[in-house]
Ligand binder design. Structure first.
Ligand code: CA
Ligand code: CA
Ligand code: CA
Length: 122
């Protein structure tokens, strides 16, 4: 499964993805668990109702300066797995984690994070 070729130049780097990764990797072990993804979820759920609506997502995206508004919308649409207009703990979040965890070891490392981020924002 040699799918990851970062950083050989096949996939462009993404400073914003790295920035968010560093911010949410609380224990600095350079990998994110599903719990860390829950942490990302909480950051975007501005009103704490356990759902991320498009407006919240775009707003937090702008606050954290994670990229352009169209990238935010692309990412939101991709992360809303069941297309019900919100990102929720179930079923969206487990699917999102699986996408990011390319080698299925239960941890998302920086390369996996950046690569999947690039795919989902464009
Ligand atoms: Ca919310
Ligand atoms: Ca959803
Ligand atoms: Ca992994």
């Amino acid at each position: 499964m040699a799918r990851l070729c970062y950083p050989t130049g096949h996939i462009s780097d993404n400073a914003n993805a790295r920035k968010l990764f560093a911010r949410v990797d609380m224990d600095n072990d350079s990998s994110l668990s599903i719990q860390d993804f829950e942490g990302i979820f909480k950051r975007f759920d501005l009103n704490g109702d356990d759902k991320i609506e498009r407006g919240e997502f775009v707003k937090h995206w702008a606050i954290e300066k994670l990229g352009t508004p169209p990238e935010a919308v692309n990412l939101f649409n991709n992360l809303d797995v069941n297309k019900d207009g919100v990102i929720s703990h179930s079923p969206d979040l487990p699917f999102i984690f699986i996408w990011f965890d390319s080698d299925v070891n239960g941890q998302v490392n920086e390369a996996e994070f950046v690569v999947t981020w690039q795919k989902l924002t464009t």
